[in-house]
Design a protein around this ligand. Structure first.
Ligand code: C5P
Length: 244
């Protein structure tokens, strides 16, 4: 497989075409951003950790019957993924109130929700990724009704699998963001990444009234160094994958 032209530089990843039109070469970088790029830093080792973590996550999901764009990891910071036409949507699912949900509804962070909540945000840097509802998505032609039904069903299934995976390694999955797209034959597939950059992960060993964050909130809120926390997530996932 040959790496060809850079087609996209995101906040934490670079995407390249390859000699196969259906395959992308993805490089995870050390850049961390928050607040739609308002806060930015280079954190040595982050790209490598996230590339390892998302690779394990996609393999664990595949083993549970949930396919994704992931093909294989090719180096410490790189992987091959299927090339897809992406929906311009951030698909968020929440088990527990936190972040923008807690702010929007004036509820306390950590309040357990009576059911998992599905939300959509419209991916647009100039608009700051606004909240969007399903009618808006349809009316703007971002996804069709049938596609939204599939996206919703898949997200709920992914949410159950992720919650159980993290629970089994002592981590509370508070919320997560995923993205989906369609392959060249129109199949809707999970894509992008599943990492502590895109999930809120709280150590279940946290003391009462205290949260041990194992995710990007450490960076967003200046709570500490993300690297040992991300390494801990990876170590636990590797133990799970090895069946130890
Ligand atoms: O900020 P908010 O509470 O809406 O975030 C919900 C979830 O989506 C969090 O796990 C956060 O890490 C993730 N997220 C993301 N990329 C964004 C916004 C949120 O991965 N641009």
């Amino acid at each position: 497989m040959e790496k060809l032209e850079k087609i996209y530089q995101g906040k934490a990843k670079k995407l390249y075409t390859t000699d196969d039109p259906d395959v992308l070469w993805v490089e995870y970088t050390d850049q961390a951003t928050a607040g739609n790029g308002a806060k930015k830093a280079q954190i040595a080792g982050k790209g490598e950790l996230n590339n390892h973590i998302t690779s394990v996550m996609f393999r664990l999901l595949a083993a549970r019957g949930i396919p994704s764009h992931f093909i294989r990891q090719i180096s410490a910071t790189e992987q091959l993924d299927r090339r897809m036409a992406m929906f311009p949507l951030e698909i968020v699912m929440r088990n527990t109130a936190a972040g923008s949900f807690a702010r929007r509804y004036g509820v306390e962070e950590g309040k357990e929700l009576s059911k998992p909540v599905l939300e959509f945000f419209y991916k647009s840097d100039p608009l700051d990724d606004p909240f969007i509802n399903e009618d808006d998505i349809e009316a703007l032609g971002l996804a069709g009704r049938d596609q939204l039904d599939i996206i919703e069903a898949k997200t709920r299934e992914i949410g159950k699998a992720l919650t159980s995976i993290f629970d089994s390694i002592g981590i509370r999955l508070v919320d997560f963001k995923i993205e989906m797209g369609t392959t060249s034959d129109g199949t809707i597939l999970l894509a992008d990444e599943i990492t502590p950059d895109t999930c809120r992960l709280w150590d279940k060993a946290s003391g009462k009234g205290e949260v041990e964050h194992m995710d990007k909130d450490l960076f967003r809120r200046d709570l500490g160094n993300i690297i040992p926390a991300y390494q801990d997530v990876l170590d636990r996932l590797r133990t799970l994958e090895a069946g130890r």
